[in-house]
Design a protein. Structure first.
Length: 385
């Protein structure tokens, strides 16, 4: 199976390599990683292909397994081309791509951020299956003119593998590429990205059930009884589809709640005080003005810190007259000052990038609007469940 994933991670240069993977190079601006599971499947493919190699070229002995392994590598190179097309299209639309990973079920392209329109979603998704189908049809044309032998056998494997990957990935269910195509179509028709994800997620669940039931229908439809390998493979693939579809649906439900998180509506009324003011006086003024937060200012009136509520509560009242308010304020480093209009997913991402208890919200002209407490954001999010 193959597809393009969209984690909201750090840029590719800063992203750590996932455990159990080996970097073998880069392609389309992304690291190419091979998971440890790939080696197991490559070995299994070498064993399964060896009898066919022996039939085409008798007398190879141990070398038939080497030839089988070479065919397995060739097949995964075509999967890599499929994933590289996802990466190239994503980069065309301005999305950073952190990695391409080859694993036992195919491959995955890690694209940062969500597509910004149904059109982007469609083309980033559909280009992979189209690439596989093109490779399959091109290999078929080559196979028709090649003489018999190992080369023709390898090209034949490319034909079947790429046509199969191309067709299966167009099945309209997440996490397959066809699921993202369906998502883009529903998104375009309804104007609702999350509804598109939910519809495509249900498509993935239906596909998972059909895959699980396939061994029961195999003998009736094809006349061949299901083997143990067929049963195991159907369980693994069905689990992959069900898990991926469920995760996508859960993410859509989560993201649907985010627009209700608006910085302005969650901000606390704020009192601005000089940074050398005694803490006791700052607290008194805040209580008098019914402010829920305190911001410290320099002598020139520039905000320099947000007073930590936890630090204030931890300071004994008898010491507050002798402690300056700046002593319990967190300096406004980069990322702690946010636009007053910030909302939804942008708000969550800003908090995730720079974790803190409080953030200063400022107007476009630089004036202070209020202070946003992380605890208030968490409370508002839980209330939407």
């Amino acid at each position: 199976m193959s597809g393009a994933d969209h984690p909201d991670d750090e840029p590719a240069s800063a992203a750590p390599r996932p455990p159990g993977t080996l970097r073998i190079g880069s392609l389309a601006g992304a690291d190419v990683l091979v998971s440890s599971s790939w080696f197991l499947v490559a070995g299994l493919l070498a064993v399964l292909l060896a009898p066919r190699v022996e039939a085409v070229q008798p007398g190879l002995g141990f070398w038939k397994y080497v030839a089988g392994l070479a065919f397995a590598v060739l097949l995964y190179l075509s999967v890599l081309l499929h994933e590289a097309s996802h990466a190239a299209m994503a980069r065309h639309y301005g999305h950073p791509v952190s990695s391409i990973t080859l694993h036992f079920l195919g491959g995955m392209t890690a694209v940062e951020g969500e597509a910004r329109s149904p059109r982007q979603e469609f083309w980033i998704a559909v280009v992979g299956p189209l690439t596989s189908l093109a490779v399959g049809l091109g290999s078929l044309a080559l196979w028709l003119v090649l003489p018999g032998g190992l080369l023709k056998l390898g090209v034949e494997a490319l034909v079947w593998a790429n046509l199969l990957v191309g067709v299966l990935n167009l099945v309209p269910g997440l996490p397959l590429d066809g699921g993202r195509v369906l998502k883009s179509l529903v998104w375009g028709l309804t104007g609702n990205m999350h509804r598109g994800t939910l519809v495509a997620g249900w498509g993935g669940r239906v596909a998972a059930v059909l895959v699980l039931l396939w061994p029961l229908a195999q003998q009736r439809l094809l006349g061949t009884p299901a083997t143990v390998i067929d049963l195991v493979l159907s369980i693994v693939v069905a689990g992959f589809l069900w898990t991926g579809a469920t995760a996508a649906m859960s993410s859509a439900r989560l993201r649907r709640k985010l627009p209700s998180l608006v910085g302005r509506s969650l901000a606390r009324r704020t009192l601005a005080v000089p940074d050398d003011l005694p803490l006791a006086e700052a607290v008194r003024r805040a209580q008098e003005s019914e402010a829920g937060s305190i911001v410290t200012l320099t002598s020139s009136g520039q905000p320099v810190g947000v007073v930590s509520e936890a630090a204030v509560l931890a300071t004994p009242e008898d010491r507050r007259p002798w402690v300056s308010v700046s002593a319990v304020a967190r300096t406004l480093d980069a990322g702690l000052s946010l636009p007053a209009d910030i909302a939804g997913e942008e708000l969550i991402l800003a908090i995730s990038r720079r974790p803190a208890d409080e953030y200063l919200l400022v107007e476009p002209d630089g004036s202070i609007y209020g202070v946003l407490a992380t605890s208030d954001v968490d409370r508002a999010f839980r209330a939407t469940r």
